[in-house]
Design a protein around this ligand. Structure first.
Ligand code: FMN
Length: 218
């Protein structure tokens, strides 16, 4: 059994290409194998705390193994709530449109808020950086007007896919699968074929992820 957290970074709601394919993936995943719960986190509906001077001071207090001041504790508690919620999931699904070659600012804000020292990564002068998340998987559903194909050799202008992979690896998530819905700025028949292909991939990956999690659970 597995807790799935669906992070929606497109403001498009039902019209979003990436969210439509993500919904198909989640449907296939939940129909093919047991999931304890599915939590949807639409980043456009969240009020995320600012990652301001107090949180930054708290972060460096953690890294320098110093006690929090009252202000730092208060600031850290606000961001840690989101980080704890993120860390409690077993499987992640992210629907992510490309914005200016990277990700929408709400997703960058969320990543800054939840990527916390001693919560999902650690650092020491001797050992450097180490991700703390273990045995978690992520399915990334990308969308873009132009076509930036999946890696390993990402397009040099693509800061969406390599960025998300790097961030997930940094916190310890190694098991990553990707679906690309692109190009979306295309003639209707091309777009229909792009969507049909991506939906088919989502259907298949949902089934294989369910089989994999079934093996882990048994
Ligand atoms: C602010 C903004 C910036 C964008 N920047 C890019 C870009 O750099 N490259 C690209 O191919 N598409 C870009 N797009 C287009 C979207 O990635 C594209 O419409 C995508 O299909 C939207 O996905 P969604 O329907 O899931 O929201 C941008 C769209 C917006 C609103």
């Amino acid at each position: 059994m597995s807790h799935l957290l669906y992070i929606e970074a497109s403001p498009g709601e039902l019209n979003s290409h990436s969210s439509q394919v993500a919904s198909r993936y989640i449907e296939s995943r939940t129909q093919s194998g047991p999931v304890t719960s599915v939590q949807r986190l639409n980043l456009w509906e969240e009020t995320l705390p600012a990652f301001d001077r107090k949180v930054i001071e708290a972060k460096f207090a953690v890294l320098r193994k110093k006690e929090f001041s009252t202000d730092q504790l208060e600031a850290w508690t606000k961001v840690k709530r989101f980080a704890d919620e993120f860390c409690s999931a077993d499987e992640y699904v992210l629907s992510v449109p490309m914005w200016n070659f990277s990700v929408p600012y709400v997703l960058k804000h969320y990543i800054d808020v939840i990527t916390l020292a001693d919560v999902n990564w650690i650092w020491s002068p001797e050992s450097g950086y180490k991700g703390l998340l273990k045995d978690k998987s992520a399915t990334l559903i990308y969308s873009s007007a132009s076509d930036y194909p999946l890696g390993p050799d990402y397009h040099p202008h693509d800061f969406q896919k390599p960025y998300l992979r790097k961030w997930l690896n940094f916190i310890g998530v190694e098991d990553i699968q990707e679906i690309n819905v692109a190009p979306t700025l295309a003639a209707p028949d091309t777009l229909a074929s792009v969507k049909a292909n991506a939906t088919e991939v989502a259907q298949q990956l949902g089934q294989s992820a369910a089989a994999l999690h079934g093996q882990h659970a048994s």
